[in-house]
Design a protein around this ligand. Structure first.
Ligand SMILES: CC(C)(COP(=O)(O)OP(=O)(O)OC[C@H]1O[C@@H](n2cnc3c(N)ncnc32)[C@H](O)[C@@H]1OP(=O)(O)O)[C@@H](O)C(=O)NCCC(=O)NCCS
Length: 171
């Protein structure tokens, strides 16, 4: 899977109804939590939420077609919500991802999208490391992040339950 076919478009308000539809799909909600109302999706994913002043949420596109969703965050901006308290380096970014269509799973697309996204994150010289925190039993996601270069570290507690902290230090 050539990563140059993949691009990232910052989420706009107009994208929120489609994102709501995607989040309600069984293969996504299984790992992203129960179905949210459209109002909750607007609250939780509004593009006004930023990551160090830049966009936080992106649609993944494959040859211009919407493929899925990916978000970046800075752990230190979320300590007040109880997340990633063990990480206090402002250069760390985190990534969460899903593909919109179940039929797309297991074709290498997630690994390619995460690889391309991490490459883009490292273009910022201030980014020292990228983390991911899949559920310890989400083996597909764990393999996907491993394919993209992440190394599994330890199981940590998050407000959503246990997660496997995976780290990718700047090459
Ligand atoms: C996680 C996700 C983005 C990965 O994308 P993907 O395109 O399906 O993943 P890839 O095909 O690139 O890689 C999946 C890997 O997991 C492996 N895998 C799949 N199911 C597995 C299982 N039950 N046990 C072990 N490995 C498994 C695949 O064989 C593949 O590994 P390989 O390339 O070494 O053969 C996608 O599956 C998804 O959207 N899942 C639902 C939402 C989700 O879980 N998001 C992650 C939250 S952190």
């Amino acid at each position: 899977m050539a990563t140059d076919r993949i691009t990232f478009a910052p989420l706009t308000e107009a994208d929120l109804p489609l994102l709501h539809d995607w989040l309600g799909r069984e293969h996504v909600s299984r790992w992203w939590g129960p179905q949210r109302s459209l109002e909750e999706v607007v609250r939780d994913y509004h593009p006004a939420q930023r990551c160090f002043g830049g966009p936080m949420f992106f649609f993944i596109r494959l040859d211009e077609e919407p493929l899925g969703f990916i978000q970046r965050y800075a752990p230190i901006e979320h300590h007040h919500e109880g997340w990633w308290l063990e990480i206090d380096d402002s250069g760390v970014r985190g990534v969460d991802v899903f593909l919109a269509r179940e039929s797309h799973l297991d074709h290498g697309l997630g690994s390619a999208a995460v690889t391309a996204f991490v490459d883009w994150l490292f273009e910022d010289p201030l980014v020292s490391e990228v983390i991911a925190d899949p559920a310890p039993d989400n083996l597909r996601a764990i393999h996907c992040f491993r394919n993209a270069g992440f190394i599994a570290r330890q199981v940590v507690k998050t407000p959503d339950g246990p997660a496997l902290l995976m780290r990718y230090r700047r090459p």
